[in-house]
Ligand binder design. Structure first.
Ligand SMILES: O=C(O)CCC(=O)C(=O)O
Ligand SMILES: [Fe+2]
Length: 248
């Protein structure tokens, strides 16, 4: 799926039909093409306001789902049902919560990139513009090969811990059913209250970015030579004051 050219559409189907279509490679009934792929990412009761909780939206599955006991119930954020066709690839992105990705059936390849390699990923918001991570366009994305990648294969019964801010790209190698659970590891007030997907930046981060945008506008009032001089000082100050010395 390509979030820039939006090569996908949102459609409604009865659940059994969705499962049937996601499980077959060619369809007798389809929306666009007989080999189209399907992806379900479950939502909350009111998708604009509520977060997904598989225990509420799919109560008959409630008893089947036990989240690994790595966090307190009050840290729970959401649990998302994910069903995908074979061959479906989800763009590289980060989420702001810690996450267990639980594979129920099928096989997935998950490629992770460290948050520290973000500057090689050509980000647009929380998503990377590099879609074909196995065969990237090096004229457009020359720094991409510098990003260290960590790959793993998820099979039925496997659970992958994806820490907050770690980029992930997911390819379903088979028809797959999975569930993921996001939880807050920062104090609750750090998170954006309007976030329903677990991918809005923490409030302090969004505020800092807004202030930076204002600083950039202000710098633009200066002639080039001066703007360059003060911008470089500011970069050095950010590196000195805000970069972590504890991370490799
Ligand atoms: O497995 C998938 O389809 C996507 C998983 C994902 O993006 C997540 O768990 O945050
Ligand atoms: Fe994700």
């Amino acid at each position: 799926m390509d979030f820039i050219s939006k090569n996908f559409v949102y459609r409604t189907l009865p659940f059994n039909k969705l499962v049937q279509r996601a499980a077959e490679e060619t369809h007798k009934e389809f929306f666009i093409a007989e080999d189209e792929k399907y992806y379900l990412r479950s939502l909350g009761e009111d998708p604009r306001k509520d977060v997904a909780d598989i225990r509420q939206q799919f109560p008959s599955l409630r008893g089947d789902i036990k989240f690994p006991a790595f966090f307190e119930e009050e840290q729970f954020f959401s649990s998302v049902f994910r069903i995908s066709s074979p061959g479906l690839q989800l763009w590289t992105h980060y989420d702001v919560m810690d996450n267990f990705l639980i594979q129920v059936t099928g096989k997935k390849r998950v490629t992770l990139f460290s948050p520290r390699d973000a500057h090689y990923l050509y980000l647009s918001g929380s998503k990377s513009e590099v879609l074909d991570i196995d065969n990237p366009d090096l004229d457009k994305y020359p720094l991409f090969p510098k990003a260290r990648r960590y790959e793993c294969s998820l099979e039925a019964g496997d659970v992958l811990f994806i820490p907050a801010l770690w980029f992930h790209n997911v390819i379903s190698e088979e028809f797959g059913v999975g569930v993921n659970v996001f939880w807050k590891h920062l104090p609750s007030e750090c998170y954006d209250k309007t976030d329903t997907y677990g991918n809005k930046d923490p409030v302090a981060a969004s505020r800092a970015v807004q202030i930076l945008d204002r600083a950039l506008k202000t710098l633009a009032e200066l002639p080039e030579e001066y703007r360059d001089f003060y911008a470089r000082q500011m970069v050095l100050r950010i590196q000195d004051k805000a970069y972590s010395k504890n991370l490799e």
